[in-house]
Design a protein around this ligand. Structure first.
Ligand code: HEM
Length: 463
């Protein structure tokens, strides 16, 4: 960034530490959102002698989405996950050959046809959730929303992708896989808050725990893969593709080490963010009874009395999907992505960048940009996602799934799963939030409404 001095930064800077003093280390994203609101659509923060550029203004983000001049940057939190996920799809550098290979081999696993194949399993897992919620209701208990959404989404990806059953609903506590995963995500986030060379010293205990968590995750995955190899193949799921499918053109296959990285990647990326998205959507539904009533009426109309809605009935829940989009607008659960210049260029005609220079896009602020979303951008309103409203907005203003070649491969999977589950829950229960609950957004690279519990009431006309 040759003209970095033109980019605003917080007024209070401390030698060595930079802008970290007063920063909320447990909530770095929300901290950056605060700075962004003060400093404007592009700003920088310094930490330990390094400058980081943040961007959220719509014209700037639209320019960063230009794939001919910019590409994904593997930095900060994503780079910190490399020891765990290596050159798996999410953490691979653009130049690593395994990215293209795995992308081409796995993309058919997310085709419409593949999704139709997962639908029955998704319904079955959702049934486990409603059984669990029925039991909680019968016992007069409230439900733990983030915990149960995590149980649901972990089971869904594990069973549809890998034929594996973690038994999440049979356990009182979350599966140790989840605890280890949250541990590594939190550690990857904490690494950003200490100077790199001092990390081994400052985070010694945490580093030891992280090594144990990583080893546990590796072991779990190795056992899962070994079981599949012994059984001689599943029903063509993601794991079969990883193990047995050759690249359609080159005939190459994924190596055993790369398969391990992909399985970890999909087990983590495939459930953590969807769980958060469902949790925020349930929070907003409970807080906006008029929205919930409208969504419920749609479910009744579109699904009728069909106990198990077919694949085609999910995408027809247009309003439920808008609720989900609006929740992902306010709290995109993977709240940032980084873009780097492919060659020397000028960002939005104003900020010169050298090849390799990069910026972090803060999606929660992009999604609240008043110029795009209006002065009431902080207000929850699913009608911002009617077809007409979407058409009227400039492109690249809603980016919860990232952008370009490295955008989320699981987008349709997540949307199908989440819409299906919201439909089933709305049809079965009335959702009541504790009036005393104040939204607290927890961060572990991803976002989650902390401590959210709901009181359920069985609907009068349940199916
Ligand atoms: C990439 C968000 C669900 C697998 C991404 C990226 C974002 C994202 C923002 C781009 C990150 C970057 O540019 O650095 C989300 C959200 C989800 C979700 C908000 C749920 C609401 C899923 C699911 C799967 C998945 C269900 C798998 C079944 C991946 C993978 C990548 C990715 C493998 C890396 C793609 C690549 O670089 O080739 N996701 N995701 N995600 N996501 Fe998702």
């Amino acid at each position: 960034w040759p003209e970095l001095h033109r980019i605003p930064h917080p007024p209070r800077r401390v030698p060595l530490l930079g802008d970290v003093l007063g920063a909320d280390r447990r909530r770095p994203l929300q901290d950056s959102m605060r700075y962004g609101r003060e400093l404007g659509p592009i700003f920088r923060r310094r930490a330990f002698g390094k400058e980081f550029v943040f961007v959220w203004g719509a014209p700037l983000v639209a320019d960063l989405a230009d794939e001919s001049r910019f590409a994904k940057h593997v930095g900060l939190g994503v780079a910190n996950l490399r020891p765990l996920a290596g050159d798996g799809l999410f953490t691979a550098y653009n130049h690593e050959p395994n990215w293209q290979l795995a992308h081409d081999v796995l993309a058919p696993g997310f085709s419409r046809e593949a999704m139709e194949g997962y639908h029955g399993m998704m319904l079955a897992v959702a049934g486990r959730l409603t059984d669990h919620w029925d039991r909680q209701l019968a016992a007069g208990r409230t439900v733990d929303v983030p915990g149960d959404m995590t149980r649901l989404t972990l089971e869904t990806i594990a069973r549809t992708g890998f034929g594996h059953d973690f038994g999440s609903f049979e356990r009182h506590r979350l599966h140790p896989f989840v605890t280890a995963m949250v541990g590594t995500l939190t550690y990857a986030q904490r690494l950003n808050s200490v100077p790199g060379p001092l990390a081994p010293l400052l985070l010694r205990t945490a580093a030891r725990r992280n090594a144990a968590d990583t080893a546990y995750l590796d072991r779990t995955v190795d056992e899962l893969v070994a079981a599949r190899r012994r059984s001689g193949g599943g029903d063509g799921d993601l794991l079969d593709r990883m193990l047995a499918t050759a690249h359609p053109v080159t005939g190459e296959r994924l190596s055993a080490e790369n398969v391990r990285k992909q399985v970890i990647t999909f087990l983590v990326a495939g459930h953590e963010t969807t769980s958060g998205a469902l949790s925020f959507a349930l929070y907003y539904l409970a807080r906006h009874p008029e929205v919930a009533a409208r969504a419920r009426a749609e479910v009744d109309r579109v699904w009728g009395d069909t106990p198990l809605p077919g694949y085609d009935r999910i995408a027809r829940l247009r309003y439920v999907r808008r609720v989900l989009d609006e929740s992902l607008r306010l709290w995109p659960t993977a709240p940032a992505f980084a873009r780097e210049a492919r060659q020397d260029t000028v960002l939005a005609g104003e900020h010169p960048m050298r090849r390799g220079a990069w910026a972090l896009v803060l999606t929660p602020l992009l999604h609240r940009e008043p110029e795009v979303w209006g002065e009431d951008a902080e207000r929850f309103d699913p009608d911002r996602f009617t077809a007409a409203a979407v058409r009227a907005r400039p492109p690249h203003t809603f980016k919860p799934f990232g952008t370009g070649a490295r955008a989320c491969i699981g987008r349709q999977f997540a949307l199908h799963e989440a819409t299906l589950v919201l439909g089933l829950l709305l049809r079965r229960y009335e959702l009541h939030a504790d009036p005393g609950y104040r939204l607290a957004v927890g961060e572990r690279l991803t976002l989650m409404p902390e401590g959210l519990r709901l009181r359920l009431e069985r609907r009068q006309r349940p199916v």
